[in-house]
Design a protein around this ligand. Structure first.
Ligand code: SAH
Length: 395
């Protein structure tokens, strides 16, 4: 097996079981390896640290499959890891019965580059690293065995594949069917287009937070910014909101949202308004019109994919949060998120605190918010904690 020899003093993060190896840490590759091949990772002093997948095109030139030097990377390895990820979810309250569920959350489930989301009887698989790509057939087999699922659709079209020199790959890997699925979440039906929707079709990570909004919404006037297919909006309606205004700049997302309302005749559709607009501009308009809301949700796309974008992203977060504070009625609640890998929780809280100060509102955090339990964060992999949120109450 080819050996990836690290430079002196570059084994520190691996000894702490962080799964990424940066190209700048590598002294040399001994033997020949192609993208996705398994390499043995060796410290400068000759100690074998485990096995990794080789990604020659990427700055992250290898991702660890195992820190056990004796473990073999083969079909059985993927069966073990996939089965463990699914078994882990089965014992956590409320997860197993979810129709929309993340089964595999990449690095945090010991499978770098592998995302698998279940939507009812269909699994959507997204592979984003050369190693994951190489083991596609093994991963599909393992998912089939662990779940009995007969339909698997591939959505390997994330931007990050470019860093690995890999083209997009989409389509049915197992079985076939209509890419338009319907799932139920907290009793609300939601259409999910697994072929064209964002990510694998839906933002499963916000499931618990949508339930929280529902619990807060009785009699409230709600503004849902960056609403996508209306997940938060529909839960607010289900929770008895008096009015829900939802904003997104994606026409297709709003079309799904409007259709989602039709799927749920138990909800009062007249209380919902969808606005196809830029949130930054629309918030200013609402402010000029002196509108006020009891609850505002801000769930923007990732403004900072990495730390190098943090400055510009900080300004964007500050801008929308400042406007959010200004639009809140007395005693109102702001549910504000960042899903940017490049913005830490600490920085996000600072930005939001700055926004509150500039708005002249006094405000306090009443709850910290995070992704649902099917999006775990490995303790050795803090990058896994991309979604952070705050529930804030103003005076
Ligand atoms: N809260 C949603 C997920 C939001 S994803 C849920 O629970 O499902 C972010 C959304 O922001 C996407 O739908 C995208 O179309 C939208 N978006 C991105 N930039 C925008 C902008 N400047 N104005 C309005 N919407 C925007």
């Amino acid at each position: 097996m080819p050996q990836l020899i690290l430079k002196a003093d570059k084994d520190f993060s691996l000894l702490r079981r962080h799964p990424w190896i940066f190209a700048t840490s590598v002294a040399q590759l001994e033997g020949r390896a192609r993208g996705g091949d398994t390499v043995e990772v060796v410290a400068h002093d000759g100690k074998v640290l485990g096995k990794a997948a080789w990604s020659p095109e990427s700055k992250i030139c290898a991702r660890m499959w195992t820190f056990d030097a004796a473990e073999t990377i083969d079909d059985v390895f993927f069966k073990r890891r996939v089965a463990a990820a699914i078994a882990g979810r089965e014992v956590l309250p409320g997860l197993a019965q979810q129709q929309g569920l993340r089964l595999i959350h990449a690095e945090s489930d010991g499978l770098p580059g592998v995302i698998a989301d279940r939507y009812g009887d269909t699994i959507v698989l997204a592979l984003s690293s050369a190693g994951a790509e190489k083991w596609r057939t093994a991963i599909v087999g393992a998912l089939k065995k662990a779940t009995g699922c007969r339909r698997i659709y591939e959505r390997s079209d994330a931007e990050v594949r470019k860093f690995e020199g890999m083209a997009s790959a989409t389509g049915w890997l197992l079985g076939e069917g209509d890419p338009q699925r319907v799932i139920e979440e907290h009793g609300v039906k939601l259409g999910v287009d697994i072929a064209t929707g964002h990510k694998t079709g839906f933002y499963l990570d916000q499931r618990d937070n949508r339930l929280l909004l529902r619990e807060l919404a009785q009699g409230k006037r709600v503004l849902n910014c960056f609403c996508y297919s209306g997940g938060f909006s529909l839960q607010a309606l289900a929770g008895g909101a008096s009015e829900v205004i939802s904003i997104d700049s994606s026409g297709p997302a709003l079309a799904v949202a409007a259709n989602n309302l039709l799927l749920n005749p138990q909800l009062t559709a007249e209380r919902a308004e969808w606005r196809d607009a830029d949130v930054f501009a629309e918030l200013r308009k609402l402010r000029e019109a002196e509108e006020q809301f009891d609850i505002i949700v801000l769930d923007p796309p990732k403004f900072a994919p990495s730390a190098s974008h943090a400055d510009r992203a900080s300004r964007a977060y500050k801008d929308i949060n400042l406007l959010g504070f200004k639009l809140l009625a007395p005693g109102g609640l702001l549910m504000t998120y960042s899903c940017s890998g490049g913005i830490s929780l600490e920085l996000f809280q600072k930005i939001v605190a700055g926004a509150a100060l500039d708005s002249g509102r006094s405000a306090r955090i009443v709850k910290r918010l995070q992704g649902s339990a099917d999006h775990p964060v490995a303790l050795t992999f803090p990058e896994g904690e991309y979604l952070k949120g705050l529930l804030i109450q103003v005076d």
